[in-house]
Each structure stands twice: as structure tokens, then as C-alpha cells.
Design a protein around this ligand. Sequence first.
Ligand SMILES: *[C@@H]1O[C@H](CO)[C@@H](O)[C@H](O)[C@H]1NC(C)=O
Ligand SMILES: *[C@@H]1O[C@H](CO)[C@@H](O)[C@H](O)[C@H]1NC(C)=O
Ligand SMILES: *[C@@H]1O[C@H](CO)[C@@H](O)[C@H](O)[C@H]1NC(C)=O
Ligand SMILES: *[C@@H]1O[C@H](CO)[C@@H](O)[C@H](O)[C@H]1NC(C)=O
Ligand SMILES: *[C@@H]1O[C@H](CO)[C@@H](O)[C@H](O)[C@H]1NC(C)=O
Ligand SMILES: *[C@@H]1O[C@H](CO)[C@@H](O)[C@H](O)[C@H]1NC(C)=O
Length: 543
Amino acid sequence: MGKENTMNRRAKGTFLAAALAAIFPLAYGSIERPSLLPTPPMGFNNWARFMCDLNETLFTETADAMASNGLRDAGYNRINLDDCWMAYQRADNGSLQWNTTKFPHGLPWLGNYVKAKGFYFGIYEDSGNLTCGGYPGSYHHEELDANTFASWGVDYLKVDGCNVYAMHGRTLEEEYKHRYGHWHQVLSRMEHPLIFSESAPAYFAGTENRTDWYTVVDWVPVAGELARHSTDILVYSGAGSAWDSIMNNYNYNTLLARYQGPGYFNDPDFLIPDHQGLTADEKRSHFALWASFSAPLIISAYIPALSKDEIAYLSNKALIAVDQDSLAQQATLVSRDDTLDILTRSLSNGDRLLTVLNRGNTTVKSDIPIPWLGLTGTGCTYTAEDLWDGSLQKISSHIAVQLATHATAVFRISLPQACSKVVPTGLVFNTASGHCLTASSSCSVTFQSCNGQASQIWQVTSSGALRPLSQTAQCLTVDDGSVKIQACDTRGSNAQKWTYAVTGNLKNAKTGGCLTEGSVQMKTCLDERNGQVFGLPSGVQLS
Ligand SMILES: *[C@@H]1O[C@H](CO)[C@@H](O)[C@H](O)[C@H]1NC(C)=O
Ligand SMILES: *[C@@H]1O[C@H](CO)[C@@H](O)[C@H](O)[C@H]1NC(C)=O
Ligand SMILES: *[C@@H]1O[C@H](CO)[C@@H](O)[C@H](O)[C@H]1NC(C)=O
Ligand SMILES: *[C@@H]1O[C@H](CO)[C@@H](O)[C@H](O)[C@H]1NC(C)=O
Ligand SMILES: *[C@@H]1O[C@H](CO)[C@@H](O)[C@H](O)[C@H]1NC(C)=O
Ligand SMILES: *[C@@H]1O[C@H](CO)[C@@H](O)[C@H](O)[C@H]1NC(C)=O
């Protein structure tokens, strides 16, 4: 896309863009040109299944299989190479070269091959001077490499973050920002900017002090179209539990919903449908959860050998439509207890999505009350479609679910015109501790383990009030520097008015302070400190 178009996009702007625009003052943010990648990418990548064991045959066989087994037509239209495709040396003129044993016909040939089959072609590099596998990195060669990739027919670039060190007086976080910001500028100047998949946040995940990780996830939506925020999904040959790995990346994704919108996607990593450690329900859950998030759906498996059942669930049209919904809203947690996670979001035609995951080890039955879905109408009947089997049911007070261990149900709920009002509803939780904001009948407010009770489910009104579903006439209030619930003031007192920023801060309009988990509940807002970053329900407007 050309610059003129980019500027039009910028003029239109979005809430998120306005909040983030100052991060790279001289560049246009990716989030400001959502037309480059309006909905999350779908396709194939070799890494989690084959790691460095890649070659031309693997990619041609995969493209052939996806074209004939229906996956391409279901929307999986990208064939992406990961690490280890290169020769160990750059050419004399400095250009990257492919390994000619692995790719005897060369990458331009392979690019043409997959394009002739109806796919886009993607590639991998690294922002350090070596890739994770020890091949030449792009550091100081960014422009040359971007142009080389474009000349090979590539339109999608994953830039990893191995072998990056703090230098020139910058902190490590500043060094990543500098390098990914430079990549952003290089790609933005191209006639056809490559889609930019950023691995930067993953290098800051998992520390107790999350400030640097939060800071990186603040700038990646400006620099690129998607970002790998956390650990790699377990590879095929890796030791450990594939389900635990999926749950780990799922959990990370729940912390970051506020960043996502058309043009930028949180990336919890690959789908691994042929991993031997997963049950059929676990594989289906993985797909259904990623679709509920509108996450990238990049399959890493030996596709020619996938079973009919695996191809059938991966091709589920209704779930893919959710993944590719133009709102690109990420489902957020309404409720969580020891076993059940309940998530909701809106879809572009006004429908609500309900996703229920059984994290527990036994079958669970639950009746989920309609107000938990953000639906506030009285006397309304809604139609819920089960997206696994297409069955329809009428619901008016609750929806009944029964789930086997590690299974996920997904319902698409259509709202009659008279009952179409949605109030963002769900957990308010600290994304570092995982603790939920909890109201009590004595009007105190505490942070507790999430327990599946209505006292932890908050409605966020359009005027910025927060009310627990256990006591909807009470609002979250700052009183004498502490936080409690008090009768909602119909005149909209500032002590009950809150704004939510993309940084995750929840700021009170009266005091200007931020909600803080800790012994004191209100403090001066500081940059991205653990106690002040919260997850709120999808649909809350960002300040
Ligand atoms: C290509 O890679 C696949 C997967 O690792 C392997 O099974 C196959 O033997 C390789 N083919 C060639 C020609 O090297
Ligand atoms: C190319 O790949 C082959 C086969 O995997 C490997 O033996 C060889 O060392 C590689 N050559 C270079 C230059 O990376
Ligand atoms: C470098 O050399 C290769 C051939 O070895 C050629 O394909 C490529 O276009 C050259 N790159 C530049 C930037 O001239
Ligand atoms: C990579 O960068 C590090 C740190 O700047 C440096 O020590 C090392 O020599 C570099 N390696 C190569 C292959 O350039
Ligand atoms: C957490 O990390 C940030 C950024 O590196 C630092 O400024 C802050 O002091 C750290 N906080 C604590 C409590 O150690
Ligand atoms: C389920 O079982 C696994 C393995 O025995 C255990 O580690 C895990 O804590 C259990 N999960 C729940 C939610 O009970």
C-alpha cells in the first residue's frame, strides 16, 4: 500500500491508534493502516512440527494437500517458512541465499509454485545478527533483506528476536524497540509493505516484574500486524504436555485483549493438530479458543497425513467466520473458577459469542445466566447456535452447557432487535497476579482468586461506571483514597467514573489515580507497574 493511502487511514484514525500514535512519532503505525491485514492470517508454518527439518518437498506437498483437502478453500491461504531455510553465509554482494540442498529449485521458484496453487508466501528472519538456528540475521541488513524477500514473491515476514543485546546505552527493551521500529520504517517505505509478524514480546514474557513485557506489548501494535507475545507452543518432538503448552499461551492471550483490533492481532502461536500428546477434544478446544480470540490460525503439522476428522474441525466454517470477523474483537473472560472459563465478545453483525472451556479433569455441567453475556434486556428470547454442530436453541434466562474434560463449547447468539443492547460485562482482573476484583455485601472491594461468582463479574457502562452483577445498584467508588462499592449516583459522580487505557490502567476521574492491587487500592498511575495493569471485558472503549 502506498503512502497516500496510509495517510488517509491515519486521518480516519481509531481509538487505539490515537492512544499509540506517539510511540514512533516519525512513522505511521501499523494499526493505522488496518487494510494491510484486516483479519488474522491463516495458513501453514513448518516450525512446531518439523523445526529445522524443512525442504522444498515439504512445502510443495503441503501446498498440494491444502489445495486438495479443502483447507485452502476454508481460508488457510498462507505457506510460511520458519528458521533454517538459509545458507550459513550471505552472498558476496551481501544478499541472503537459500540452502540449495534443501531448496534445489530456489525460493523464487517455490514462491511461484505456492502462488500458482492459490497461496501467499511468507518467510522468517531475525532482528539480531544471527537467527535462533545460527543462520545470518538481518541486523544492519534490514532494507536489503526486505527487498530480497519482495523480489522472491514474499508478502509476509516473521522477525524473530534471538541474539539481540543491549547496546549504545539502550536498555534491552529499548534495543528491541529500536530494531523493530527500524524494521517498521523499512517495511513502511516499500511499495508493497510486507506483513510484519513480530516476536519481540516473547523475549520479555515470563518474568515476575512485567513492566518491560507490558512496555513491549504497548509498541508492537504500532510497528507490525501481529506479535508473538509469549512462549513457543510445544514442538512435536518436545518433552512436556502439549495441553499445558496450549493453556499457557491461551492464558497469556487473555491478558492482552485490549490491544487487538482490525489490523493488529495478538499471536498465541501455531495450531498443532497432529501432536500425539493431544486428545480429540483438546485439539478442537485449541482451534475453538483461537477462533474465539480472532487469533492467527497457522497450522504446524504434516498436513498430507491429517485425518478426515482433523481436516473437518479445522475447516469448520462457522468458527472460521468468527475468527475472521471484521470487528476482530478478542473474546474476554466473563468468569473463571477452578475448572470453567467463560468468555464473550461481539461480532460485526451484532451477535454475541459465548465460549466455555472446561479446564478441569472431569465432565462439568453449568447453567450460565444470560446477564453474564452482557445482555440486559428483560423478557427477551435469544437464539443460540452451537458452532460445533449447527444446532439451534431458544434461550431466555440461562444457557445450559455440559462439557467433557478439556472440551470447549462455542455458541453464536443472535439478538432480537428489541433486545440488542450489549453492556461490556466480565472480569476485572490484574494481569500479573490473575486476581479478580471482588465486591462484597459489606461494600468492601478486594482482590481474590477468581471463583466463578457474580460478585466478580462487572458491567462497564458507557458513562464509565463499574457495577458488580451481584449488586447492580452499587458502583465502584473512590472514597477517601480507598475503593469500595456505593449506591450508584444517578448524576454520574466523578468518584464513580473510570477510564480504561490501552496500557491496562483503570483511572478514576475524581482523583486521577489508578486502581492498584496491593494494600492501598488507589495510587498514582505509574508506567506499567504490575499492580496497575488490568484486563477488562471486550467492548470497553479505550481512553
Ligand atoms: C524433506 O523433509 C521431510 C520432512 O522433514 C522429510 O521427510 C523428507 O525426507 C525430506 N525430503 C528431502 C528430499 O530431503
Ligand atoms: C544445507 O542443508 C543440508 C541438508 O540439511 C545440510 O547438510 C547443509 O549443511 C546445509 N548447507 C548450508 C550451507 O547451510
Ligand atoms: C546478489 O547476487 C545474487 C546472485 O548471487 C542476485 O540474485 C542478487 O540480485 C544480488 N543482489 C543485489 C542486491 O544485487
Ligand atoms: C553479533 O553481535 C554480538 C554483539 O554485538 C557480537 O559480539 C558478535 O560478534 C556478533 N556476531 C556476528 C556473527 O556478527
Ligand atoms: C520493574 O521493571 C521496571 C523496568 O525495568 C523498573 O523500572 C522497575 O523499577 C521494576 N519494578 C520493581 C518493583 O522492581
Ligand atoms: C488435572 O490433572 C492434572 C494431572 O493429574 C493436574 O496436574 C491438574 O492440576 C488437574 N487440573 C485440575 C483443574 O484439577
